[in-house]
Design a protein around this ligand. Sequence first.
Ligand SMILES: C[S@@+](CC[C@H](N)C(=O)[O-])C[C@H]1O[C@@H](n2cnc3c(N)ncnc32)[C@H](O)[C@@H]1O
Length: 386
Amino acid sequence: MHIAQLGRQPELGLAELNQVYGRDNVVFLKDSGFALIKAPVGSSDINRLGGSIKLAEVLVKLPTANWREIERNLSRNITKYVGTIPDGKLTIGLSAHGFNIQPHTVGATSLRLKKELKKLTSSIRVVPNKSATLNTAQVIHNHLTSPSGREFIAVKDGPKTFLAITRGEQDIESYTARDQARPARDAFVGMLPPKLAQIMINLAQPSVNARILDPFCGTGVLLQEALLMGYDVYGTDLSDKMIDYSGRNLKWLHETFLTKDTYKLEQGDAMNATWSQPIDAVVCETYLGQPFSAPPSAAKLEEVRGNCNHIVSEFLRNIGSQVKPGTPLCIGIPAWRSTSGDFTHLPLISELKKLGYTQVRVSRDNLLYFRPDQVVAREILVLQKI
Ligand SMILES: C[S@@+](CC[C@H](N)C(=O)[O-])C[C@H]1O[C@@H](n2cnc3c(N)ncnc32)[C@H](O)[C@@H]1O
């Protein structure tokens, strides 16, 4: 059993886990913002999940949420929990999620564990707790997921506690490189964050080796993440400039990350393009309309909303005639946030059946991705061609 720490928008991370591991195998732990995963988890899964920050293997579920009792269990079993240490050197860290305790309490437990571990090795170091939980940078810089490091985490679940050992931490540097070191970038088209691209691909659940189409590929972020996940990709866009940008970015990705160079890119209007087959899944962020730094007037909003609705509806009609029934789609469409935090959605959301799609319910709520200062949010729809 594993537990995953969910990212900034937990409902998106949770929907992603539901799709990847099966809804019956995923339980949200509300005290801590973690999710329990009861299905097998691979060692590289953390690199494919855009909505999880950390994956940890459960050591034991304790029938208590009392820190003293948790500490007692840790002290008694720590030499067993640590396992073998290849070169005799060990660094440990401890994080307490969902508990209302002070950093120095967690730190004191770590020092107790250090004393116990002196029985195993004389070279042991403890990462100091500035807060009750270590952050991603501390886990990475102290090599706590390497053979000579261990991060133990206690995750509160009501009156019980999961004790777990971190197996994977989101690779922040790689995300930054993928986002910022690409040769062709364009602020105006509003580039998709790589983590959201991964979430969208996982929400579609393409079959292994699927060929994924992005008909609004822009600078190619989604194609890039799909290639890194091992899929074949096909990107089209209305703009020749964007096709050129995607081409430069995917060439760079191939040279930097040794991804496949068998991708296909071509100019085309998603409302009437004819795409080459096979198309096993469609994943895209569609046209989002113009960017706004403040909520637009009612008239302006109606104009932009109507325009986006037309483009996305026509695209759905067109692609629907070119894919087999059962083909999965995950599309990001615009929704506009007012100052009071309400959303204006695209009208086509209530017309999906008429357009030839069933909506796959991957979450109880609407899935919306936005930063606190953004007016244009991305609404994520998971669909299946009827
Ligand atoms: C929001 S951007 C997608 C950004 C992309 N996901 C990225 O990360 O760079 C939307 C893209 O849709 C393209 N576009 C707009 N209308 C289109 C249409 N009718 N058919 C195809 N592409 C279109 C624009 O050129 C733009 O590149």
